[in-house]
Design a protein around this ligand. Structure first.
Ligand SMILES: N=CN[C@@H](CCC(=O)O)C(=O)O
Ligand SMILES: [Zn+2]
Length: 434
């Protein structure tokens, strides 16, 4: 396999000012003028361990990466690296793809520390807490809400997350959901509509579902990449979830499902039936669920990463710890041939962290994933869950230069030294951001 290749041409994937293939929008507009300068050609060299997360899991020692115009242009031994306008000596550190965090809820006001403390004292998590955050979020004006989202996105970037999805779902009426979508749109790379998060007080569930699947979806459709539904006891039933997913399919919008989080249920089945990009949480799976998820990848060639992707099972271990749910069976899913992603689920109710280093460490230590499996799930797996796997999620020629530099000699240190501040530098579309 050759790791070298020609510099990307004009038709190559997302540059920082190009359109996102899933949404047709410019995903990084908000980041253009924040900091960092885009150098036409930049060589990163003296990399002790380069984890490409390509289809072969190639790991190179003593490596270099050439970035041209924000894209990866060459990968190979440091001793054979081409000349560049500028060189960064990474001092024998480790490089991996930037994290692709495919599940978060950053559009919120307030926090729910009291609820967390009660949970640690033995109370169960229940979907109803979403209403508390909805009130706190509605009380923020546009500027306050934008600032909150921007700061949370920046916090995630500072820990290596170079591509991030976030969801609405704390507005829960037409005007608020539309306001949240409009505000968040330029602040994250991809946006999901989760009007079907909770039936708000005072609403009849059937009426609310109709509103979500009709006028609310119409109002946000131009701003979102995905439609999601929380299919769980205390949230939306199978039939209600089906209405929302059908409405999305009718409008040609890709779907996601929050499913099987608090108990066994129809979430996985629905996601497979609708060909959703992902089903997220997946804590309570039976054999048929696991088989259905694995079977959804029948038309995908793993060795070449080509074909039709199936439904990604997104595991959220930080959430599982905070809600004291059994960890999602990531090991069993992988062994059965399913494809998993790891994501933060950053939100004030169940997972108030966007630290993907922590998520990956937990997946290795507690879910029994190998380090390479966890790395892949938190990068390429996330990209698959978002439909952007041809553009981000691995270090390969032609892809966007999203790189996470660890202050460590190998990626194993992520789990070996859990909780330590290992992020040394972050390059996003070729610009040094951290
Ligand atoms: N489970 C549904 N939604 C969020 C939690 C929302 C909340 O409790 O505020 C989640 O993914 O965990
Ligand atoms: Zn969620």
């Amino acid at each position: 396999m050759s790791l070298t290749g020609p510099a990307p041409g004009p038709s190559d994937p997302i540059r920082s000012n190009q359109r996102c293939p899933a949404s047709g929008r410019a995903p990084l507009e908000s980041f253009q003028d924040v900091e960092g300068e885009l150098v036409a050609s930049l060589l990163l060299t003296n990399i002790a361990q380069l984890n490409t997360v390509d289809a072969d899991g190639t790991v190179l020692a003593d490596a270099a990466v050439l970035i041209e115009n924000g894209l990866i242009a060459w990968i190979g031994p440091a001793g054979q690296a081409p000349e560049a306008e500028e060189t960064h000596d990474l001092g024998g550190r480790t490089v991996l793809p930037g994290w692709v965090d495919s599940h978060s809820h950053l559009i919120f006001g307030g926090d729910r520390a009291d609820e967390f403390v009660a949970r640690m004292a033995g109370q169960d998590y229940a979907a109803g807490g979403i209403a508390v955050t909805t009130s706190a979020t509605r009380s923020l004006d546009d500027q306050q809400l934008a600032t909150a989202v921007r700061e949370r996105r920046a916090e995630a970037l500072s820990m290596g997350t170079t591509w991030m999805e976030t969801k609405t779902g704390y507005g829960l009426d037409v005007a608020e959901e539309a306001r949240h979508a409009r505000i968040a749109r330029p602040l994250v790379e991809q946006l999901t509509f989760l009007g079907a998060h909770l039936v708000p007080a005072g609403w009849d569930a059937e009426q609310y579902t109709k509103t979500v699947a009709g006028p609310m979806l119409d109002e946000v459709a131009g701003d979102v990449d995905f439609v999601d539904v929380f299919c769980e006891r205390g949230a939306f039933t199978e039939e209600q979830a089906r209405q929302v997913l059908q409405a999305a399919a009718h409008r040609g919008i890709a779907t996601k499902v929050h499913g099987n989080q608090l108990g066994p249920g129809p979430g996985v089945r629905l996601a497979v039936e609708f060909g959703s990009r992902s089903v997220d949480h997946v804590n309570y799976l039976d054999r048929q669920d696991v088989a259905a998820l694995a079977g959804s990848w029948a038309h995908w060639e793993q060795a070449t990463r080509t074909g039709r992707p199936g439904v990604v099972a997104t595991c959220l271990p930080a959430c599982d710890l905070s809600t004291r749910q059994p960890l999602a069976p990531g090991r069993d899913l992988l062994d059965a041939g399913a494809v998993i992603a790891l994501a933060s689920n950053c939100n004030p109710g169940t997972s108030y962290t966007s630290n993907m280093n922590f998520v990956v460490a937990t997946a290795v230590l507690q879910m029994h994933l190998s380090l390479p499996e966890a790395l892949e799930a938190a990068t390429y797996g996330g990209a698959l869950a978002l439909g952007v796997q041809d553009h981000v999620g691995s270090i390969e020629v032609g892809k966007r230069a999203d790189l996470h530099v660890l202050d460590a000699p190998s990626a194993a240190h992520l789990a070996y030294r859990p909780g330590m501040p290992l992020t040394y530098a972050v390059y996003q579309a070729g610009q040094r951001r951290v």
